[in-house]
Ligand binder design. Sequence first.
Ligand code: DHE
Length: 593
Amino acid sequence: MVTSHVAKARHLLLASAAMTLILGASPVLAQDAPPDPATALEDHGTTPQDQYQPSLDVLAEQDVTAPGAPEGVAALTDEQYNEANKIYFERCAGCHGVLRNGATGKALTPDLTRELGFDYLESFITYGSPAGMPNWGTSGELNEQQIANMANYLLLDPASPPEFGMAEMKETWEVKVAPEDRPTQQMNDWDLENIFSVTLRDAGQIALIDGNTYEIKRVVDTGYAVHISRLSASGRYLMVIGRDAKVDMIDLWMEEPDVVATIKVGSEARSVETSKMEGWEDRYAIAGTYWPPQYVIMDGDTLEPLKIVSTRGMTYDEQEYHPEPRVAAILASHYRPEFIVNIKETGKIQLVDYTDLKNLKITEIETERFLHDGGLDSTKRYFITAANARNKLVVIDTKEGKLEAITDTGGETPHPGRGANITHPEYGPVWATSHLGDDSVALIGTDPEGHPDQAWQIVSSFPALGGGSLFVKTHPESDHLYVDATLNPDAAISGSVAVFKVSEMKAGEDPEIITLNLAEMAGITGGQARAVQGEFNKEGTEVWFSLWNAADQESAIVVLDDKTLEVKHVIKDERLITPTGKFNVYNTMGDVY
Ligand code: DHE
């Protein structure tokens, strides 16, 4: 039951797979054809998914000593090595790995790079390759001297960033207000369940905004390039994680909600979550890191680190050792006292039973490589997550604790965020994802009992505004599915969202797109304000979008009436620097999406 749009996307996928084969894109750089300067720019101008690779900015700032140079390789001074190292972590490590062992990109260890030699590396960095390597030189992003320095750097041994064990964590751990000194009831008059925690990315802060009055109640300092917020099951504690792996726990019951405990759990991180199983509410928090590759379970009242688990190990398929499998999304199960942990490069999902940390039980499920983000279906029983570089959705039954399905989305690089649960008039309950690499939205059936023929099948795929989409959103009370196109290079598209009427969706037909140019509607003229990540208020009557502009340009949050699709309010404030993610307390604590 796949529409023609999926067939088209499949055709494109096959074509690109064939091209990859011809060019010999394997995990080893040596098998790539040398770049042809004449076609370089045309073939591989940077795509939205190329842009969306992790930038390990925190590791980039660490000072390292240049390693010795073997015979035939020029030595670099500490200054040159650090300059190259910074570029490597900011721009290359996301694909090629911290230790240069390869991830979605190829391995760049010295045994391979020395075979290729300086000239080859220099031209590869300059022109890139159609297999996905950006053209750093011809795009003007790096100058000749920087490229020569990078080619030389790749011939030397990789810098190995420090580990981060219990001693290092404890050194950074601080309980600012002990549990016994905290309020025993809510001390402010905020409507806590309708507060939005808004990421102010480049400011390293979050804004707490009242969902009823749109007032910025408070701005709280958090970690560097702050990433996401999650709520404890009771809704009292807000956990915020920065890319520097700093977790801040904010007590929303205080007269002036503020950080009551903080800890740094590594050098680079993206995810934090709390225990949500009945009887275990607010007991534990967990944070996963990109570096070192591990996760840590912490006390839910104080963030005291209790148990660190390394994710280093074998890939699920080839069963080869991977030294740095990053931790991507983490969710709390509502069916079992478990955390669901996506381990990216090895393609494994771990169900971590937190009832007995001394005798820790982990169910490890083989799935697919490059697991990234995902969310629960409307019953909260199934976890659906994207193995994004493999164009797949993986479905886990969190009640039975096992793999349910792996399905190709028919699009390129699915990126659902938490996804969106809608009830399709013909297919019943389905979950939606959009894609970074093309304009398609895919709906997967999620109702094995009511609609067994459609369960875990892509029942429909239709176009939205364009590639570069990051998030889809809906609410149980809404008849709309919203799809952004944040990383689309065209400003008219990246500033807009597509809206689809759920009740009018029909099998075999592309639904009508309603396009809302939010940047225009909010009156933002400077820069390129990108519409990103819709989030509903508690009642499901309004949807909020960030208009994410450069730090020195005006940004805003636009509030739409979900029924009329008209602007209800625009929040503009000089404190709203680079607003991105928004997390409504009620929806986030209950996984409502
Ligand atoms: Fe995110 C979720 C990783 C860049 C905004 N992002 C996630 C999750 C992961 C992740 C693993 C899932 C967390 C979870 O559910 O536990 N993000 C990464 C990256 O590796 C990447 C691609 C590059 C990097 O260097 O960090 C990246 N992310 C971004 C951005 O540039 C975004 C758009 C803006 C920002 O603030 O950084 C961004 N990511 C978000 C948001 C979520 C998220 C808003 C949570 C969505 C939700 O609805 O829950």
